[in-house]
Design a protein around this ligand. Structure first.
Ligand code: GAL
Length: 428
């Protein structure tokens, strides 16, 4: 390029720069910030996914939505009966500072796992405001009070010790529900001879054998003997514990061979189809049968437990730092209300925690449970949080699960005694 051409280019650039200087830079485009969305949510955390469980929960949601139409419900569930998997996820969330707004919690000593004074809000004021002390039975209130406070609102009372049977199968074989272990084995033999699975069981989730065994313990030791195992009045080295293990070992010889592949409800299908005769499981099974449209079932206390009610209760808690605390309080109010409990329990297969509900809304099984609840000896379930701290209940669960395959009575009894010691219990 020649010198004159360079000169022209530089002059042109200067003119353009000057123009920009005079007119100013073009204004930056205005970006409209979206108005911050008002969060109006409510997250509830549970392990209720099976038939009856999900329906009962949905009935509560229906009432909640009608009263609070603007609130979006987030239904968080971690499947696995008795909360085997849910409880660990929940503990991680609480410790990690990411609690759900409310969660399912068993009444009783299970609460210790969640260090309530650190992670939960005491609910004494809400109990007062809603008059809950007047509508829940004293025994339940005692079970709910921990370190002098109420930490959760009970929605129901469940019974652990129920022997369900297929009525048609029993009628076809002229059988009566067994009252004693001897009668149980006689019925089991009769069913086995017909090619019917005598005792239906699923052990896939690891807690179901412990569930059956807590009822065998109650049936072998009686109400006081069983209760004493958790309070230190009965020794785990007692010969009656060995007898309970022998009873259970024999019962296991009548169980479906595919039990390790089935959950409690998966195994229940045998009963519905008439391929199985009996099943020992909590009364959420009543809700499950109802959800499946099956009404051919009968019920009786498992061997030795007539007059004993092995009890547990589902409650809802309020974590500290809940993101939607006000919506959670509204939820607890629904859970504790007469309308809430009348909607939830007939579907869930439990009886209300409240004493003022309408009995006619409940089916024949649940009405019988209501009667038993008022006259039986009430003892706490260990597999469902009432009887012992979570770490003891977990060890009990694992020991019994192992027993299903080992059948080692002496070793298992020693392990149960050690579990008591490990948990810091009183272990004569
Ligand atoms: C129990 C719980 C019941 C039912 C059952 C099976 O622990 O209290 O509500 O859900 O487990 O999952």
């Amino acid at each position: 390029m020649k010198g004159t051409t360079w000169l022209k280019v530089i002059t042109l650039a200067l003119v353009i720069a000057g123009l920009f200087f005079l007119v100013g830079c073009p204004p930056a485009p205005v970006v409209e910030e979206p108005a911050p969305e008002v969060e109006n949510k409510f997250e509830f955390f549970s392990w209720w996914t099976a038939g009856g469980e999900a329906e009962g929960l949905e009935a509560l949601y229906v009432i909640y939505r009608a009263a609070n139409p603007g609130v979006e419900i987030i239904n968080t569930t971690v499947a696995g009966g008795a909360g085997v998997d849910a409880k660990a996820v929940l503990a991680t969330r609480l410790i990690g500072g990411d609690p759900p707004d409310s969660f399912q919690l068993h009444a009783g000593l299970a609460i210790e796992k969640y260090a309530p004074e650190e992670y939960l809000e005491p609910l004494d004021d809400l109990y007062g405001a809603w008059g809950l002390e007047k509508v829940f039975p004293p025994d339940l209130l005692t079970l709910l009070k921990y370190q002098g406070h109420y930490w959760s609102v009970p929605v129901n009372i469940h019974r652990s010790n129920v022997l369900w049977y297929n009525k048609q199968v029993f009628a076809d074989n002229n059988l009566q529900p067994p009252k004693t272990f001897d009668e149980f084995f006689a019925v089991a033999d009769a069913l086995k001879a017909k090619g019917i699975v005598p005792l239906v069981m699923g052990t896939k989730d690891g807690w179901e054998a412990g569930h059956v065994f807590e009822n065998v313990l109650a049936g072998t030791l009686g109400a006081d003997g069983y209760r004493g195992l958790w309070t230190g009045k009965t020794s785990w080295t007692d010969p009656k514990v060995a007898e309970a293990l022998e009873n259970f070992k024999k019962m296991l010889t009548y169980v479906n061979t595919d039990h390790a592949a089935l959950t409690w409800d998966g195994a229940g299908e045998y009963l519905i189809e008439g391929k199985g005769g009996m099943m020992i499981m909590g009364d959420w099974t009543d809700g499950w049968f109802t959800a499946k449209g099956f009404d051919g079932y009968g019920w009786a206390p498992p061997p030795g437990t007539d007059g004993i009610f092995v009890a547990l209760s589902d409650t809802f808690a309020l974590p500290r730092g809940a993101k939607n605390r006000d919506n959670a309080v509204l939820w607890l109010e629904v859970a504790g209300s007469k309308a809430g409990q009348e909607a939830f329990n007939p579907l869930k297969g439990s009886i209300p925690a409240r004493t003022d509900t309408d009995r006619t809304l409940f089916n024949a099984y649940l009405q019988s449970a209501m009667d038993d609840w008022t006259r039986d000896a009430i003892v706490p379930s260990v597999m469902h949080g009432a009887a012992a701290f979570e770490r003891w209940a977990t060890e009990f669960k694992d020991i019994v699960a192992l027993f299903v395959t080992s059948g080692d009575v002496a070793g298992t009894q020693a392990a149960l005694q050690q579990a008591c010691v490990n948990a810091g219990g009183t272990c004569p």
